[in-house]
Design a protein around this ligand. Structure first.
Ligand SMILES: C/C1=C2N=C(/C=C3N=C(/C(C)=C4\N[C@@](C)([C@@H]5N=C1[C@](C)(CCC(=O)O)[C@H]5CC(=O)O)[C@@](C)(CC(=O)O)[C@@H]4CCC(=O)O)[C@@](C)(CC(=O)O)[C@@H]\3CCC(=O)O)C(C)(C)[C@@H]/2CCC(=O)O
Length: 209
């Protein structure tokens, strides 16, 4: 006896988003921010994630405005950059991940840091006005905050700071929350990861949902 299941992709999305909107407490998010949180919950399969999502500085509007103006998206890991749905992007935005640049291993060795952190040095020419998306590496977020302490460092338009894990994830996001260098989104504590980071980008990229 074959299993019966929903086979219409659009219907699956519609049903998922309706379930999330029925079950999650989204009252703390305005109309710009709500679709971002809904898509993050969708990617994680976790109603309750909304209690850990925090934004400051008019994050959703700042990020959308930057994307619509053609800002590049700078990603810490290829898992993030590969997940961006290109057809949703409003200005054929460049999606850049420098982690696998052949120069990075030697640069990391010389600096005594992770590849994820040192790869951000190659962001400098693209950083001004960019949307930054850190979904994996706590060391990348710490390194970005250190770079931004230098007033001559180009400034991104907005930061998605969602590194995940047990070493440095909560601490790096707490540091972003404390510094508030530009409008940002964080998921507090150990929660985070590439999938929910990509979901936030994809929600920001298109207003249609
Ligand atoms: C310590 C690291 C952590 N990685 C985590 C979780 C995941 N990482 C995956 C993969 C495939 C990659 N992780 C690297 C970024 C690699 N991970 C690290 C580093 C050693 C240090 C980063 C840091 O602490 O900030 C880092 C290597 C580096 O020198 O920077 C990766 C480059 C490793 C590699 O394959 O070479 C690679 C990313 C590839 C890419 O997408 O471009 C996982 C899929 C785990 C796995 O393979 O088993 C998973 C994905 C999680 C996600 O949703 O993104 C942690 C948990 C973030 C951890 C840092 C914190 C901790 O508590 O340990």
């Amino acid at each position: 006896m074959p299993y019966e299941y929903e086979k219409d992709g659009a219907a699956i999305y519609r049903q998922s988003f309706a379930t999330i909107r029925a079950e999650a407490d989204l009252t703390g998010f305005d109309a710009e921010a709500e679709p971002v949180v809904v898509r993050m919950i969708h990617a994680a399969g976790m109603v309750g994630l909304e209690r850990h999502v925090r934004m400051f500085g008019g994050f959703a509007t700042a990020a959308r405005t930057a994307l619509e103006a053609g800002a590049p998206i700078l990603c810490d890991a290829r898992m993030v950059s590969e997940g961006v749905t290109r057809t949703r992007l409003p200005a054929d935005n460049a999606v850049i991940c420098t982690l696998h640049d052949p120069r990075v291993p030697d640069m990391a060795k010389a600096a005594g840091n992770t590849r994820s952190a040192i790869a951000l040095e190659l962001w400098r020419p693209h950083l001004e006005g960019a949307l930054v998306a850190i979904g994996n590496a706590p060391t990348a977020l710490f390194h970005l905050l250190n770079m931004l302490e230098d007033p001559t460092c180009p400034r991104p338009a907005a930061i998605i700071g969602c590194p995940v894990g047990f070493v440095g994830a909560a601490e790096s996001k707490a540091a972003l929350w404390a510094d508030q260098p530009v409008p940002s989104l964080i998921v507090d504590g150990r929660l985070g990861g590439s999938a929910i980071t990509v979901a936030a980008i994809n929600a920001l990229a298109s207003r249609a949902e």
